[in-house]
Design a protein around this ligand. Structure first.
Ligand code: PEP
Ligand code: MG
Length: 542
């Protein structure tokens, strides 16, 4: 039976596939009363045969991928499934207690697992986890849920919530949509969905029992369909085809300049989280990278990335972009972007807390390592460095001092780097925006971070889903600060871009151009739609 849930869309598009519940694999098995126990035993036997056949296939596949020795575990599981004691226990439970096969298998698995765990023999102890595993396999086959291996196929990830550190660890080639209960449109997970160009919904009452079910995510209407009917499937497939057609049409804009009707050219760059996003940058024909969120190299791991690891990542991006500008933002960690190994203390107001440049200036050893990696990589392409969360001139002076001393260290060691490397700052606090006349002469460029600028100007936590209705990036206060920043930047000799999500809002493209913006940096999938909007705009106000 089709079920329908309406939530809030945070990125458009349609995805059709199976759901994978993220992080909650174990599901309670319900105990049900059975009348026809003979039929239930037969159902169990059929499921067991299927599970054994599945394991045979898994074994063959694993031999090819990981070798005979490592594949052996699947043979062991197939043998355990044929164990007389295990099967007698399940048959007996079904017949004597008149319970469903799923329940009998789960309880028997649990009992045998405990029994093995208590044995002295190490071999049997090790079988404890295997008993649970085979019971879980039986329950999956019995309840018609697909085995985990199906998730080698693309899946719709469903979860209560997804932290950026979790999202970043997902295999991006296998994820076709996100569905969560919590989260907000301005969270970093939402930004990741946009970077990945996949539909995403929030405010959906995700239930663990959906694991493995067929579903459709419609990011146009904010709807999730579970077990869709044929008519829904046909309708949504049509939408998916239309989206693909739209994308194909946009492809025709590849290679065309970002020029307005009256001849003004705008730089149109892409935002990325790491080298993995480069394919999409090139596919969508971005003219450079306007924001490389380097903190994604730091999260979802157990220790700081080394200078060499960072150097390799920055170098790869610079080389791939082949001389086009690559703006790399220094570590912007804190608030929702966490790294446990930094041991940052919990704070009452993390968005207003110890984060980004504040951490870097307090712990200069972390900052210096990153700067060394950045300067070294600058010898391999057109890298620019950008500093986040700036609020004052003093911070810029402190940064400059550290950066100069790192440069001197490299000079002394004879390590090459780009001597005229551009250095700029994010304008994402009202303090910085208001002080842009003073800050502009100190830097090469400004990049306006409208996500945080909106949060701090409107005093609204961008992570709080209750505020989505109030969070107004088109608020005149924001537009005024953007205008001021552009004017002051130009007066002080700095070029000005926008790298927050508002930069991709095509209803504002003409406004930004008329304000005089030099560059827009957007998620890769938005490059061609924004190019289309630029080419329909007038730079001069008429
Ligand atoms: C911003 O604040 O607008 C921005 C681009 O940075 P982030 O979203 O990573 O905070
Ligand atoms: Mg920001």
């Amino acid at each position: 039976m089709e079920e329908k849930y309406t939530g809030k869309s945070i990125f458009k598009g349609v995805a059709i596939g199976r759901i994978m519940i993220y992080g909650k694999k174990e599901q309670p098995v319900k105990r049900e009363k059975i009348e026809d126990t003979d039929a239930e035993v037969r159902r169990y036997e059929a499921a067991k045969e299927k599970a054994i056949a599945d394991l045979g296939e898994l074994y063959e596949d694993a031999v090819k991928k990981v070798g005979k020795d490592n594949a052996e575990i699947f043979n062991v599981h197939a043998m355990l499934l044929q164990d007389d004691d295990f099967n007698d226990s399940i048959h007996n439970m079904i017949e004597s207690q008149k319970v469903n096969a799923e329940y009998a298998a789960a309880v028997t698995g649990e009992n045998f697992s405990k029994m093995f765990a208590e044995m002295d023999d190490d071999y049997f102890k090790a079988r404890s986890a295997d008993m649970k595993d085979i019971a879980e396999r039986l329950v999956k086959v019995l309840s018609g849920r697909e085995d985990k291996t199906v998730f080698d196929q693309p899946v719709i990830i469903a979860a209560d919530d997804l932290m950026p550190s979790e999202t970043v660890q997902l295999d991006k080639d296998k994820v076709i949509a996100f569905v969560t209960r919590y989260g907000s449109s301005n969270s970093h997970t939402a930004i990741l969905a946009r970077t990945m160009n996949i539909p995403a919904l929030i405010n959906i009452p995700v239930d663990p029992s959906w694991d493995g079910q067929m579903a459709i995510v419609d990011g146009h209407t904010g709807t999730l369909y579970l077990d869709p009917e044929a008519s829904t499937l046909a309708e949504e497939q049509k939408k998916l085809d239309q989206d693909l057609e739209q994308r194909r049409l946009l492809q025709e804009l590849k290679g065309k300049p970002n020029v307005t009707l009256d001849g003004r050219e705008i730089n149109l760059f892409a935002n990325i989280g790491g080298p993995k996003d480069l394919v999409s940058v090139l596919q969508n024909d971005a003219g450079g990278i306007g924001l490389f969120r380097s903190e994604f190299l730091y999260i979802g791991r157990d220790e700081l990335p080394t200078e060499e690891e960072q150097f390799q990542a920055y170098k790869q991006v610079a080389e791939t972009m082949a001389g086009r500008l690559v703006v790399i933002r220094t570590l912007d960690i804190g608030a929702d972007k966490k790294a446990d190994y930094l041991h940052l203390e919990p704070e009452a107001n993390p968005a207003l807390g110890f984060r980004a440049i504040r951490i870097c200036l307090t712990r200069p050893e972390i900052f210096r390592t990153q700067l060394r990696a950045l300067f070294r990589a600058s010898a391999f392409g057109n890298i620019a460095i950008m500093y986040p969360m700036i609020t004052s001139l003093e911070e810029i002076r402190q940064i400059r001092e550290i950066a100069d001393s790192v440069k001197k260290e490299l000079d002394d060691a004879g390590v090459p780097y780009k001597k005229d490397i551009q250095q700029g700052i994010m304008i994402e606090t009202p303090a910085a925006a208001i002080m842009t006349d003073v800050l502009a002469p100190e830097v090469d460029f400004f990049s306006i971070g409208t996500n945080d600028l909106t949060q701090y100007t409107l005093a609204m936590d961008r992570q709080n889903d209750k505020l989505d209705a109030f969070y107004q990036p088109h608020h005149p206060a924001i537009l005024r600060l953007i205008q001021t920043t552009i004017e002051n930047g130009h007066k002080g000799g700095a070029w000005v871009g926008i790298c927050g999500e508002l930069g991709a809002d095509t209803t504002l493209t003409e406004t930004f151009i008329q304000m005089g913006v030099d560059e827009l940096s957007v998620s890769p999938a938005m490059v061609l739609p924004v190019r289309e909007a630029i080419r329909k705009s007038h730079a001069k106000r008429v």
